[in-house]
Design a protein. Sequence first.
Length: 438
Amino acid sequence: MQFIKQHKLPFIIASALIVAALVLFLVLRGGGSSEGSVYVQSVRDLTGGIGSVHQFSGVAESQKTEKIARDAQKTVKEIHVSAGDSVKKGDKLFSYDTELMQLDVQQAQLEIESLQSTISTANSQIAQYQRERQSVSGSERMAYDAQIQQLQAEVNSNTYQLKTKQADLERLKKGLENSDVLAPADGTIDKVGTIEEPLDAENTMVTLRNGGDLRIKGSVSEQNVMSISIGDPVIVRSRVDKNVTWSGAIDSIDTGSSQQSEEGGMVMDGGSSDRASFYSFYVNLEDDDGIIMGQHVIIEPDYGQGEVKQGLWLPAGFIVDPESEQPFVWMANSRMKLEKQSVTIGEYDPDLDMFQITEGLENDSLIAWPDENCVPGAKATTELVWDEEGMDEEFYGSMDEEFFDEELPGEGEFAEEPLENAELEPVTDGEPDAEPAG
């Protein structure tokens, strides 16, 4: 089933733009600062991410699943494994009933001996009839010829049956020697049939996930299953060290079967857990180095949050003379007085209109938007004062009407996706019930 991807990023970015425009408006009009002071804010607040993303629980499993079938002519006596067991190549999976096999061997031997005796008797009669035929003539000789031909046909038929029975006997003997069915490779037992009933019409008794290339099996609630699509890039994080990650993409989503959550259980992806259904989805990894079979991980959509940039990235408007040899920002010193702070500029991101700051600022540095109030020694403040009188008319009236004409999620082409269903809820900190740490 192919899913329609929700338009999460346009909504998040549009929301961020509105908030940023509001703050910028307050700063520029001088209404965001205490009287006689210049409003400053930390670099961390200016360079933070766009917000939380959904996270889903997952576990590493094998890409390849192998079916081990039983012999339809044999009876399974004992099954040695259960679903979830880890096995090594050569471990016993299930065994056949050797008592019945021994009886089959004995029966085949008796049938072979009987056929050999019948053939021997027929050959003796043929030899006798051939001798007697020499002493007669005419119609009597013709009668002997008919009896000899009939016996030879019986010998040919019994000889064919004898060869077939001898081949069956060899197969039964080999089966008796190999009464135990062994694992063909290292891996994890996925499913197991019963003695009375195999898993499918092909007489599969055990399915084994080989220990080769790995994939990630994730779980998503019915409330959030429409938020993922086949082909979506994802980041897979270690539960032990969140900085250890793997990249991949969603390969398939299984909506044909579901599991019910425990009532009142905690859900990682933020969906309601009151009798909610959960569906499995599968992630193919670009590289599975460092991940092991059965390891529990966290899966999250990849919006670029996995790309770690060096240095700090600052909106271009905060930097004075960025093209000159001495660019600077207005920064509050330890006495909360403004001063010029030289910065070293690295790369420029034209999409976000941001400069990379490699030297001169820290995350905790407090900087101001450059305007006529920014002079050396000016008093700085982190208190944002909201002058509500006339603000609505002045602020919204000053914005380009086309900004509000643009369609956001929940309008126009996105009307089928109500805002209340947009993927903006915060990540649930709890862990799924009965899920071991990885």
